[in-house]
Design a protein around this ligand. Structure first.
Ligand SMILES: *Cc1c(COP(=O)(O)O)cnc(C)c1O
Length: 426
């Protein structure tokens, strides 16, 4: 497997783009080596610049839940592009898209479309501050919610937990206004809310954590957050940028039966184009301009090509049996991986949700950022490189989810399990 062309492109890119990548999650810093450059994809497969074929478990970090270049989505986008790629005026497509999101997601009566998940969470925080007149926010260690200043604290996905701003350049006042609790630890939330009574505007949480690797909420955790935030007059924000339209059509909130005040969406909702969204009750959303005093705008928001792709994607996902199939695929892969590791005696645990899984190299269960960090990352690096050499592309970091699509077949899973058996860390 030659990677000469990727190596040359990476060399060129490094002179022109910081670290050669337009998002750090694409670099291979934590596993070592040079990233592969992709040039095309179809279904579960991607081809790199050197024409190597790989089974893809990144799937653009979630959006490609139908598999790459799904013909229905591509046709919808092309048809829409022919009619005009951006107007700066409202379109019927936005109404059609909003209706689908409102019908699907229990907590959303009214929705605003933006162009990324970061924009969605940033706007949701501003909305929560506007609604409550309070300034602090509470997040969880290892929760990633995009790169807005107040959210780049203990932000998982490879950022170190410093107890202060994880990123350089974050305004210290923002970092100081961000409280950090431990995922799956309701007591840590209670303590912070008691100590900051009347000051916390919002608690933001991934209802299924995806950015410390996959970590599911323990029974009662989300219910506990709902009760505590209600008691303290804090708005509960579910960041469903990963889990929305992935773990179920109505997101994690429909699975766990816990309804947040504000929901953030992204990734899948754009069908592979740049879309994010935030939504809430009509009452809360009435604060957003032009109805109310909270300003938020976007030149390309509700872009017609992206809306057309999003509509086509949601309509495919709404068909019967889609999520049952995705769950069955995930179970087949996760159970298979567990089996390979058990037979080989390599200590590993596999966390999973529908269409998501993470392999951690440890014999302890992983329930929060501390336990996710207490794993053998050198083993992960060896495993990652073995998998790529065996034709399987995984997220190049321990603290990320493998994303499955409905285009992954039994043959893909069998080939992946063979690769796992050939990639065991020594
Ligand atoms: C990816 C992600 C975001 C940020 O979305 P972008 O489109 O990358 O800005 C926010 N929240 C979660 C949970 C994410 O996984």
């Amino acid at each position: 497997m030659s990677r000469a062309k990727s190596a040359q492109l990476f060399k060129d890119a490094q002179a022109l783009i910081p670290g050669g990548v337009n998002s750090p999650a694409r670099a291979w810093r934590s596993v070592g080596g040079d990233p592969i450059f992709f040039k095309k994809a179809s279904g579960s497969r991607v081809w790199d610049a050197d024409d190597n074929e790989l089974i893809d478990y990144v799937c653009s970090w979630g959006p490609m839940i139908l598999g790459h270049t799904n013909p229905i989505v591509i046709e919808a986008a092309i048809d829409s592009a022919r009619m005009g790629t951006s107007f700066g005026a409202p379109t019927e497509l936005e109404v059609e898209m909003a209706r689908r999101v409102v019908d699907a997601v229990p907590s959303i009566e009214v929705v605003r479309f933006v162009s990324s998940g970061t924009e969605a969470t940033m706007s949701a925080l501003r909305l929560a501050r506007a609604k409550t007149g309070r300034n602090k926010i509470l997040k969880f260690d290892g929760g990633y919610h995009g790169h807005e200043d107040a959210l780049l604290v203990a932000a998982g996905s490879g950022l170190a937990n410093q107890g202060i701003a994880s990123s350089a350049g974050v305004h210290p006042d923002y970092a100081a206004a961000t409280l950090v609790a431990d995922y799956n630890n309701i007591e840590s939330v209670r303590v912070l809310l008691e100590a900051n009574k009347g000051e916390v505007a919002a608690l933001i949480v991934e209802p299924i954590a995806g950015n410390m690797g996959v970590v599911t909420p323990e029974p009662g955790f989300l219910e506990g957050l709902r009760d505590l935030t209600t008691e303290h007059g804090v708005l509960l924000i579910f960041d469903e940028v990963i889990s929305g339209f992935r773990v179920a059509f109505g997101g994690a909130q429909s699975v766990y039966g816990v309804t947040p005040d504000i929901t953030c969406l992204g990734k899948i909702v754009g069908g592979g184009f740049p879309v994010g969204a935030y939504g809430a009750s009509a009452e809360i959303m009435s604060i957003v301009a032009p109805l109310g005093p909270m300003y938020q705008a976007g030149t390309l928001s509700g872009n017609p090509v992206a809306m057309a792709a999003g509509i086509a994607t949601l309509d495919e996902l709404a068909k019967p049996g889609v999520y049952e199939g995705l769950q069955a695929n995930t179970d087949k892969l996760a159970d298979g991986v567990i089996d390979v590791f058990r037979k080989s005696g390599v200590p590993a645990v596999v966390n999973r949700a529908c269409g998501l899984m993470t392999v951690f190299f440890t014999s302890n269960s992983v329930t929060d950022m501390t336990s996710a960090s207490d794993t053998d990352r050198e083993a992960f690096g060896m495993f990652f490189h073995g998998m790529v050499d065996n034709g399987v592309y995984l997220p190049p970091s321990q603290f990320e989810a493998w994303f499955m699509s409905i285009a992954h077949t039994d043959a893909d899973i069998a080939q992946t399990l063979e690769a796992v058996a050939n990639s065991l860390p020594s």
